[in-house]
Design a protein around this ligand. Structure first.
Ligand code: ADP
Ligand code: ZN
Length: 735
């Protein structure tokens, strides 16, 4: 008897056995094909993982599958394997993990055959002489189409700067025509002249070395490309991709959520003539599926995407690039808690291709891998072109008068820059008007009812907002304790700073960039246009300003509160602070004008800050790694964090304690794994739930994995499990 063992998107950590469809099987289906099955009263689409001869259930209990949806599996075998491996490693139900590896429409059972796609072609027998040379654009478009017998689609033509009017003139004359695309099989490897829209920049010596390092070894070759902002990393990516394209390969580029800006994409599109596809969350399901299918068919030669693009199949994989590899958005923070960066390493190994991890501020994990020789380490220390790196200054604000967080010195320096026609950027990682609202009579601070946290005061429009659970309410008229109405905002957020700056510099454009000011569609684009016209202005914003965008006219960066992350409860606090400071600093002085970074601090003598500022990130990070090693922290040990929450205080801890008893009694005896906790979470109450966590750790990754696989069933079966929500986070990025 043939038994189909299928991964289904359910919370259950196992496969499900089904009989072949009632209509019978023409042949044994391939592993990885999608199958529609009845499940309870629903129908689900799952993925075939095994074909077996027997089942542990009586055959009479098994139901027949409804339909086999694919002839060939949508994901190539190695990506199916990677997704299954990841489900196992991150302790996530395999059916759901596989679902997340597929585009939404494929999860829903849509066909994975591309709909016939219309593309523009030069009409048969036409040469470019059919257009007079003075109609430059039309002639260039026709020439381009002649070079692309496979045809080009509308978005590609538009992004190359040809208007639909120019296109129409050609098609009205019968010189070009739109028809279904030729099958990808016939696409030949283009010559270099046909690949590039813009010439390659001559690389400086460091960039040249980096490029050579990427291809130094055939096949899998992980490289950490560490270069300050503006040192020309992207140019190295572009040239590495050019080489890969030239050999007929495709490139996958992963960027952080916030880094996928039109600027980034247009940089790739304006360099290459080949099809560049983008995968991001603002696309419709249909657009995503189309882009995915084009990557799989080999039509799209460069694929740029965020975390979930990691599983995009490529017909001829040639290189994987992870830009800003330290960015925590590569780790999914709920459900299937995978790290796209770490899986990119696995994927590149399976595909036997080069992997580039690029950043100005490597994560300590990656730096450790480089320092211990697992990754090649190349550095770009100079800024490309003539730009000079910014200079840093720590400015001691102890005992200084502050105007809503601004010292006199900062105000003076802003004035000087503006007068010289420059732009200024102020970084403050707190949105809203003020992070707390306090009663001036009795000192009561308004807290969120559902969180152990203060409500943030917002002025436009006026309300209180909890940034942890998103709860919003009106500003109270009276203090809940003393019933007077004498509230005072405590501290400054971006909204307040914006207001003060506008008062101090009434003739200057003050532009706030945070989640509130950029909610409107195209808001960010408008802001960028205002900044890029180059007139003096002041940008005030949160970490939205720190990534992806380039501000060539900014010459002064002010970090208003350099102390914000210095004393964090998370051992990664210092690492994150350093990364953020350098990312923000990197926005300044990118072009001809050198930049200056002024950091306001109450801890101007803090040795770590001083080291960071004087010796740079790598010295800081190397010292920090030593500290981690001495304290037995990652990356020198592996962590898994078991989190639990319940709507009554103590419940989550009780649930975790039962597991600790099992661990202590030796029931789950595993040498080499230790645990800490359970502890209440740093913010115990959040969104109405009381949270606790238990940290499991080991020097032996395999031992930790083994333990995790044996505790998940115990947790699932625990009688207390019905009263708590729990999750397991392997290699967490915040503790
Ligand atoms: P990063 O990605 O490290 O921030 P970019 O690749 O964006 O750096 O380079 C910064 C600026 O320097 C860009 O304007 C880029 O066009 C320019 N640039 C990069 N490499 C070169 C080079 N070899 N010669 C001249 N300009 C370069
Ligand atoms: Zn709240």
């Amino acid at each position: 008897m043939t038994i189909l063992r299928i991964a289904l998107p359910t919370p259950l950590r196992r496969l499900f056995d089904y009989l072949p469809p009632a209509s019978g099987l023409e042949s044994i289906p391939a592993i990885g094909v999608r199958i529609r099955v009845p499940f309870g009263r629903r129908e689900l689409t799952g993925v075939l993982i095994e074909v077996a001869q027997t089942s542990e259930f009586p055959l009479t209990k098994l139901k027949p599958a409804l339909e086999i949806l694919d002839q060939t599996p949508p994901l190539p075998p190695h990506l199916l394997e990677l997704a299954c491996w990841a489900a196992d490693y991150y302790q996530h139900p395999v059916g759901d993990a596989l679902h997340q590896a597929l585009p939404v429409l494929l999860r829903k059972g849509e066909s994975d055959q591309p709909s016939p796609q219309l593309r523009w072609h030069a009409a048969p027998g036409i040469s470019s002489d059919a257009v007079a040379p003075r109609a430059k654009k039309q002639r260039a478009l026709l020439e381009w189409l002649l070079q692309h017998p496979e045809g080009l689609d509308n978005p590609t033509i538009r992004s190359a700067g040809y208007s639909s009017a120019q296109q129409k003139l050609l098609s009205d004359r019968g010189l070009i025509e739109e028809r279904a695309a030729v099958a990808s099989e016939t696409i030949a490897t283009p010559a270099q002249t046909e690949l590039l829209r813009q010439p390659l920049l001559p690389l400086n010596a460091e960039q040249q070395q980096a490029l050579e390092a990427i291809f130094e070894r055939d096949g899998f070759n992980p490289v950490l490309l560490q270069g300050i902002t503006g040192s020309g990393k992207t140019e190295v990516y572009l040239q590495a991709i050019e080489r890969v394209l030239h050999q007929g390969g495709q490139a996958l580029v992963l960027v952080p959520e916030i880094g996928l800006t039109p600027q980034t994409v247009s940089r790739f599109r304006s360099r290459f003539k080949v099809e560049v596809q983008v995968l991001h969350s603002n696309m419709t399901d249909r657009q995503r599926l189309d882009a995915w299918l084009q990557a799989r068919s080999g039509q799209a030669r460069v694929v740029i995407g965020t975390r979930s693009a990691l599983f995009t199949p490529l017909k001829t994989p040639g290189i994987i690039i992870v830009d800003e590899e330290h960015d925590t958005s590569f780790k999914q923070q709920d459900g299937f808690r995978y790290s796209a960066r770490d899986l990119a390493v696995m994927r590149a190994r399976a595909e036997n291709i080069p992997l580039v991890l690029g950043t100005a501020t490597p994560s300590l994990e990656t730096l450790h891998n480089a320092q211990s020789g697992r990754y090649r380490h190349v550095r770009l220390n100079q800024r490309a072109g003539n730009a000079r790196p910014p200079g840093f200054e720590l400015y001691d604000i102890r005992q200084q008068p502050l105007n809503s967080g601004l010292s006199d010195e900062v105000v003076r320096r802003i004035g000087i820059e503006l007068q010289q026609g420059n732009q200024v950027l102020l970084f403050l990682n707190r949105r809203g008007f003020s992070p707390a609202l306090m009663c001036h009579q009795c000192g009561t601070v308004i807290e969120c009812d559902r969180c152990d946290a203060r409500m943030t005061l917002h002025r436009t429009p006026p309300h209180l907002h909890c940034h942890h659970c998103d709860h919003q309410r009106p500003i109270p008229h009276r203090c809940p304790s003393c019933h007077t109405s004498d509230f005072k905002p405590q501290g400054a957020g971006t909204e307040r700073t914006e207001g003060v700056l506008q008062q101090l510099f009434p003739d200057t454009d003050v532009i706030r960039v945070d989640r509130d000011s950029t909610q409107r569609r195209n808001a960010m684009q408008d802001i960028m246009e205002r900044v890029h016209d180059g007139r003096p202005c002041i940008l005030v914003g949160t970490q939205m300003l720190a990534k992806g965008h380039h501000f060539p006219a900014v010459t002064l960066v002010v970090i208003l509160d350099a102390d914000a992350g210095l004393f964090s409860a998370d051992f990664r606090g210092m690492e994150r602070t350093a990364q953020l400071i350098l990312q923000v600093a990197g926005r300044a002085g990118r072009a001809e004008r050198p930049g200056q970074v002024l950091m306001q601090t109450h801890h101007a003598d803090h040795p770590t800050l001083i080291q960071l500022v004087n010796q740079g990130y790598e010295a800081f990070a190397t010292a920090e790694l030593k500290l981690r090693q001495n304290s037995g922290l990652p990356p020198f040990i592996y962590h898994a964090l078991l989190r639990a929450e319940a709507n009554r205080r103590g419940r989550a801890e009780a649930f975790l304690s039962t597991l600790c008893s099992a661990l202590a009694s030796g029931e789950l005896n595993l040498p080499g794994v230790s645990w800490l906790g359970p502890f209440p979470a740093t913010m115990e109450k959040r969104a109405g739930f009381f949270r606790a966590q238990l940290l499991l750790q080991s020097h032996d990754r395999r031992a930790l994995q083994q333990l995790l696989s044996s505790i998940t069933p115990l947790l699932e079966q625990s009688p207390l499990a019905r009263q708590v929500r729990w999750s397991l986070d392997v290699d967490p990025v915040d503790n």
